[in-house]
Design a protein around this ligand. Structure first.
Ligand code: NAP
Length: 488
């Protein structure tokens, strides 16, 4: 990897019990989606490596000191991880950009958010408190919030550093130990975080990383009897498969399975801001974001103005390798590129108007990579596949509405319910929609909050369940014990 200078050796192995090891499972290439070329060779864990990772995590959980020491000590280790991530921010960002194809500025933002997760939960580690419950003078009742145990975490390829850190940091803060399976398409960022954690003084076995295919490594990990909790981010179908496996062990899960999130633009909105917000929400990470604003719902009176401006701005977007930091990077893989093209082709065949884009990039210099043109699709039916299904690419579908009731009905007409953006100056519209939108987060006159580390995040409906981020995430990694004492 000649474009990269790292402060530490590039880690591509398995991380088990505090040691970097190879595997009998061989290696698989990490591909740069901007060029299609191999970036690095990643060790592939076997089922017995997964068992070793879980055993190391169990041993570290049960024999301490991670779960038993004063929590402030855990917090200090997390803060050291945050500092080391920040010290290595530029090289981590370049690595993440090469591994995922995302623009360098997005990768830089992701690194800062990753550091922020360790900082936020580092500060929280010694503030995880129980309650006392009044029962009268001769009975004292209190609750303890204990770490749940070994957390298994399955990470997707779209924001590996961010999503990896958003699960690892609260689990560690609570006193849990962790086994992570990174995504096959983009494992490098999470592996470097493990090295940083080791350097920051995280005890052996507290964090373990077993890269490899989901169908082998992921499946063995979530099915393991040594695991007490699973955090999964990815597609709905894999989430269902994971839930079936986990049901055998009767353990809790947090599931984040994507969305089809709407931006509702009203005629009284500040149109410049709304257009900017809608554009960013679908173009960020080439639309490969679980909370992408992939549906634009726009009021009749401003439809032509808003859509016209979006088409103009979509046409001006520059595509290029993530590391060159233009406007839009590649899609993660040829498989995903083909899925996106099929979605748009089906919509076109069903009579949709493709106002801009609608095909793979035809620039010869980009043919080695997996680039899809930013696309706006109008004239579609609310029940059509392009409106209902997650495309996971830079593809915006447009629907029009007359009034608040119709906007709400369209917004909630989805099997997903992750987030929604509302663009209006009318406080009654804001409050009415905030209460009635069936989504986990509502943003008003903005979309997202710079990573939103502090804000509870998770889905309604098939977007998933459980909450990550903020203080809410700690509920997933703790279990409440009630102690009742009868005394004189
Ligand atoms: P996916 O297949 O659900 O992969 C997500 C993670 O689950 C990966 O680490 C994957 O490993 C792992 N996995 C696969 N099969 C597994 C199994 N049987 N047991 C345990 N883990 C397993 O998603 P994808 O193929 O990367 O993307 C497909 C679709 O998922 C996208 O089009 C998009 O709609 C959605 N997606 C959503 C998000 C999100 O943030 N919500 C993120 C990514 C993708 P491998 O990498 O080895 O396959």
């Amino acid at each position: 990897m000649d474009t990269l200078e790292l402060e530490a050796p590039l880690r591509t192995g398995l991380f088990i019990g505090g040691e970097w090891t190879t595997s009998a499972g061989g290696t698989a290439p990490a591909i740069d989606p901007s060029t299609g070329r191999e970036l690095a060779s990643i060790a592939q864990a076997t089922v017995s490596d997964v068992a070793a990772g879980v055993a190391a995590a169990r041993e570290a959980f049960e024999s301490g000191p991670w779960a038993t020491q004063p929590p402030v000590e855990r917090g200090r280790v997390l803060l050291r991880i945050a500092n080391l991530i920040r010290q290595r921010a530029e090289s981590l960002a370049r690595l993440e950009s090469l591994d995922t194809g995302k623009t360098l500025r997005q990768a830089r933002a992701d690194v800062q958010v990753a550091a922020r997760y360790f900082e936020f939960y580092g500060g929280v580690a010694d503030k995880i408190m129980g309650e006392t419950i009044p029962l009268g003078m001769n009975m004292t009742d209190f609750t303890l919030r204990e770490p749940i145990g070994v957390s298994a975490q399955i990470i997707p390829w779209n924001y590996p550093l961010q999503i990896g850190s958003r699960g690892i940091a609260p689990a560690l803060a609570a006193g849990c130990t962790v086994v992570v399976k990174p995504a096959s398409e983009a494992p490098l960022g999470v592996l470097q975080v493990a090295e940083i954690a080791r350097e920051a003084g995280l005890p052996p076995g507290v964090l373990n990383i077993t890269p490899g295919r989901g169908s082998v490594v992921g499946d063995a990990l979530v099915a393991s009897r040594g695991v007490n909790q699973v955090t999964f981010t990815g597609s709905v179908q894999t989430a269902i498969d994971v839930e079936r496996r986990v049901a055998e062990n009767l353990i809790p899960t947090v599931v984040e399975a994507g969305g089809k999130s709407p931006n509702l633009v009203f005629a009284d909105a500040e149109i410049d801001a709304a257009v900017r917000g809608v554009l960013n929400s679908i173009i960020q990470n080439a639309g490969q974001t679980c909370s992408a604003g992939s549906r634009l719902l726009v009021q009749d009176e401003v439809h032509d103005e808003v859509v016209g401006r979006l088409v103009e701005q979509f046409s001006a977007l520059r595509l290029g390798p993530g590391i060159e930091d233009l406007d839009v990077g590649p899609i993660i893989s040829h498989v995903q590129l083909t899925r996106i093209a099929e979605h748009v082709d089906r919509a076109r065949d069903a009579g949709a108007q493709i106002l801009v884009g609608g095909a793979r990039s035809d620039a010869p210099e980009l043919w080695g990579g997996f680039f899809y043109q930013p696309t706006v699709v109008d004239g579609v039916d609310r029940s059509s596949a392009i409106v209902q299904e997650e495309v996971f690419g830079p593809v915006l579908s447009v629907l029009r509405f007359r009034d608040v009731d119709e906007a709400l009905s369209l917004a909630n007409d989805s099997e997903f319910g992750l987030i929604a953006g509302v663009w209006t100056r009318n406080i009654d519209t804001v409050m009415r929609l905030s209460r009635r939108l069936a989504v986990g987060q509502v943003y008003v006159n903005t979309y997202g909050a710079g990573g939103g580390v502090e804000l509870p995040f998770g889905g309604y409906k098939r977007s998933g369940f459980g909450r990550e981020k903020g203080l809410e995430a700690l509920r997933s990694y703790t279990i409440v014990k009630n102690v009742c004492v009868l005394h004189t």
